[in-house]
Ligand binder design. Structure first.
Ligand code: ATP
Ligand code: MG
Length: 313
């Protein structure tokens, strides 16, 4: 069953079409990633789904409730981390008081409140900040607190707008672990906006790429990745002169593209089954030591550039 169904969803700001007849279905229990460049319409989509904005046209169902007809029910079953995480926490209350307040607002059983708060704050490495005023926390710590607040009441659907944008790498990793463990334990549905492709690749089951408010692509992360495997790229890691290896590769007529990295060249090869051994021989015969010759897996980054920029990136 689909937990989020977006149908012809459109939001205009004057002449600007921020979300343009968007259709998307997200099955229950999915960790879904919405990717797109700045201004693509990700946050507007989240604001529409969380009933902060009203669509110009179309609608969406979240957990079986219509965002236009039943906004109160939608709010009851969702947890939202907005782009500006400040907007959901009170600066004059402490971190602990913020969570206590929201736990009561969302009817978390009284006897579970303290335990849940301690568990979450400890996991997010915020426990020693529990008595600090939220308004005096660093940006990253405020984002962590806002995330705790979004998940505290164990909502069925989580709408997270760039949950790791302000976080250091260790905190970002914790958030990914948290999302994966919540998803396993409670089978919640996650709708995550992000620019961070490797991150999305690590946590999301499904992704959609949008630009100018339109969905350009939607599928399982695996499907989308395999679309690009046909690219025939290989990483050749060598010991020695990268420039020399690179110019040898460029001189072969079946080599389409060569990119240099610190210890490797990445080559795109036409008909690799036929030609890989010739390239290898050429390199070896000119004294290049090859440490690794391996197929280079396509990344969502490739896909993103290809889709958003129409393949000319
Ligand atoms: N309240 C508003 N009034 C007018 N225009 C708006 C408003 N909110 C968003 N927009 C415009 O709508 C478009 C989509 O914005 P949105 O914030 O949804 O993009 P985004 O994909 O979240 O971008 P980013 O990656 O920068 O967060 C942009 O052109 C933006 O300027
Ligand atoms: Mg945004």
């Amino acid at each position: 069953m689909d937990e989020v169904t977006i149908s012809g969803l459109t939001k205009n700001f004057g002449d600007l079409v921020a979300v343009d007849h968007m259709d998307l279905n997200i099955p229950e229990g999915t960790i879904f990633g919405l990717l797109g460049p700045n201004g693509a319409g990700k946050s507007t989509t989240t604001r529409l789904l969380s009933t902060l904005l009203r669509p110009t046209e179309g609608t969406a169902m979240v957990g079986g409730f219509d965002i236009i007809e039943e906004p109160v029910h939608v709010r009851e079953i969702t947890g939202v981390l907005p782009e500006e995480s400040n907007h959901t926490i009170y600066g004059t209350l402490t971190a602990y008081e913020n969570l206590q307040y929201f736990a009561r607002l969302y009817d978390v059983p009284e006897e579970e409140i303290d335990e849940r708060i301690e568990e979450l704050l400890t996991f997010m490495a915020l426990w020693d900040r529990k008595d600090d005023k939220a308004g005096e926390l660093s940006t990253g710590n405020r984002q962590r607190l806002a995330l705790c607040r979004a998940i505290l009441h164990r909502p069925r659907v989580l709408l997270l707008d760039e949950p790791t944008s302000a976080l250091d790498p260790i905190a970002a990793k914790r958030v990914r672990e948290l999302i994966l463990s919540l998803s396993q334990k409670f089978k919640q549905t996650f709708f995550i906006n992000s620019h961070n492709l490797p991150e999305v690749q690590r946590v999301c089951d499904q992704i959609a790429i949008i630009d100018e408010g339109k969905v350009l692509l939607h599928g399982s992360t695996q499907e989308l990745r395999s679309k690009l495997l046909a690219k025939q790229r290989f990483r050749i890691r060598i010991v020695g002169d990268i420039e020399n290896a690179s110019s040898i590769a460029k001189s072969m007529n079946f080599v389409e593209e060569v990119n240099n990295e610190i210890d490797s060249i990445i080559v795109t090869i036409e008909d690799p089954t036929e030609n890989n051994s010739s390239l290898m021989q050429s390199l070896l015969s000119q004294g290049i030591k090859i440490v690794e010759f391996a197929e280079e897996e396509a990344t969502l980054e490739d896909l993103y550039l290809e889709v958003v920029k129409g393949g000319d990136a």
